[in-house]
Ligand binder design. Sequence first.
Ligand code: ADP
Length: 342
Amino acid sequence: MSDGITPSSLTLMCHAVSDAVIVLDEAGRVALMNPAAEEVFGMRAGDVVGRTGTDIPALAPLYEVLARPASDDGASPVQRVWLPSGYVYQVRALDMPGLGRAAFLKPAPAVDSSRGQLALQMGTIIHTLKTPIASAKMALDLVLALEGQPDKQADFTRRAQHSLDHMLSIVHEVIDMTWLEAGAALEWAQTDLDELAVHVVEQLESDRAWRGVTVDVARAPGGCVVWGDERRLMGAITNLVSNAIKYSRPGGTVRVHTASDGRTASLIVADDGIGIPPEHIERIFEWFYRVTAPETRRIEGSGLGLAIVKAIIERHGGEVTVESEPGRGSTFRFTIPVEHEA
Ligand code: ADP
């Protein structure tokens, strides 16, 4: 798309294509909705153009695709999205310099009933739970920000937030599991592990505060750049950091840092929490395995997190290790090659 394109020529072009097209301007307002998109979403362009995209719930499944950073050619990878109407579409987002970002939707090919495809479809559907959970969390943030609330009310609100965080982490784990089960391809790109770690810690802030744990992230000067699938590596780091927070005691400290020898890069998550009895260490990376001990009985979990970390890191050609001492804490480390061998 050249810089010289005008909004009116764009409108003409979008009316001529069979894909459904929605363009958001740089402020996130709907700038264009072509007739095919009117049909897909069951709304008229005249009713939505000029409105902020995030105010239109029917467009919610597109936000994540539109929010994802584009690669060098300005396009995002094709993603399957499940619309509230029940139909699955393939969506690609494209940068439109000077105009904003466009989403192109075409019906996804029928899913065959092979195990991997069904798993992918399941993941797509579960994915749609993320938006309502995030909206509920946002509403609770607003409630907590209200002044003059009785302590009890604020306490219940925090509990509800914590339950939503737990729900969201299960949603993420099931999405990752279905993706791994389907054997889907990694999206290789240059990725800074330090940046991902900072981002993960920001996202886990309410969990950290809830459990009264400190999390320190030490960023290496210049970062720690590897070839990898950003979204999957972020999933692996989230599982390790959220476990470290979850299995810490109040007042505990979690430390996250990276290291690289130029050939391989590692991410290390260390906590001074409850630790893992040696007889369980061998098994904690198995699907659905949870340590049963008096200290862990009240801590919620699914037993999926570490199995996901292991599978993601192995798909990157790396490995995960753990050192732990009951009562003293645990250190998890994953190591992956810096370069991707095609
Ligand atoms: P869960 O959902 O149970 O946390 P995981 O697969 O993430 O599932 O972890 C498996 C088990 O390993 C947990 O049930 C827990 O007993 C143990 N574990 C994982 N991380 C830690 C940690 N940082 N400290 C202590 N125990 C841990």
